[in-house]
Design a protein around this ligand. Sequence first.
Ligand code: ADP
Length: 263
Amino acid sequence: ILPQKSIEEVSKDVQKWATQKKDEIESLQENERFRKEFLSNLAHELRTPIFTVQGYVDTLLGGALEDPNVNKKFLTNASKGIDRLVQLVDDLNQISKLESGKIPIIQESFVIQDLIKDIYEELSLKAKEKNIHLEFKKGTERPIVVYADKPKIHQVLVNLVENGMKYGYEGGSVTAGCYEMDEGHVYVEISDDGPGIGEEHLPRIFERFYRADRSRARNIGGTGLGLAIVKHIVEAHNQTVTVRSKLGVGSSFGFTLDHGRTS
Ligand code: ADP
């Protein structure tokens, strides 16, 4: 005869089972909440540039096409709206690939400062327009070799430097610092002396579509996906990204990488 469970034991099993199911349901509900929020954000982000384009095209069709003083300007603005849509679709595509783990991380050794110099070069025209100085933190110029996926770290750095330029003040600066840490890690930091981000926003700043100052950020013209992409790429390297910021002082975004070897 099999030993039978006591009523207390059976009741404990049932309780355990019920707690487990409750957790599962809560996690499904949370996923569903995320999904709904994502879709509603996405619809909103798509609507803004579509309305812009539609507005200009309708005005042109309504007669403005005949007016040489405005038609070129309206077409240029419509075209900017389309650029924004294209950027949004590209960013979404990249996020979805990163989230599904479809993009492999292919690591190689390279000097991180050389990559930053290349990026400063690529962005020099944009920087000049806003009179932003792109520089290195003094004392961190000594070449450091990292082991990482170069094109993806390129993207991380472009997103961070561009944000520093976009949100920074005219005549301000964006500064890169590269530091060797113990246990084979390197720390890379991109700082600016812009307006900074309020403390209450920092915990959510890496979320898709999260913006510290919605109307201002949208005017500046980003997709709200740049930092989410940064976080995905850094975490795909099993590394971490952090932010420090103070209103009126500036912001610093830092991430770790593996130390590489010189061949
Ligand atoms: P966006 O495309 O809006 O720039 P991001 O994901 O790159 O999206 O950034 C999210 C939000 O974080 C921005 O909308 C902005 O409010 C804030 N932010 C990011 N970088 C900076 C910075 N260097 N200085 C001030 N605010 C920033």
